[in-house]
Design a protein. Structure first.
Length: 91
């Protein structure tokens, strides 16, 4: 809660108005390349982000999450990109 992903909207997926957080998450799960969603509670606005977005805090009134909570609700492409972002290299 109170965090989003930046940039707020991924290319080709502008903001939309959704009735619930679950509807926003569902939109993300149906959108190719969506890795995260950010939902603004006050306005009911749904924003979608791809795997190249980064987490930002201090965004009061936003709730964000993955495209789904069950196995298979993220594409293998997204999972691969997310795993690459977590790799650490030592010198």
């Amino acid at each position: 809660q109170d965090e989003t992903w930046a940039p707020l909207d991924m290319p080709g997926a502008g903001p939309s108005e959704e009735v619930t957080i679950a509807a926003c998450q569902g939109r993300c799960s149906l959108t190719k390349g969506c890795a995260h969603f950010s939902y603004w509670l006050e306005g009911g606005t749904c924003h979608l982000q791809n795997a190249f977005a980064y987490r930002t805090g201090n965004r009061v009134g936003f709730i964000s999450g993955p495209p789904g909570c069950l196995p298979g609700q993220q594409s293998s492409e997204i999972v691969e990109i997310e795993l690459m972002k977590r790799v650490c290299f030592s010198v």
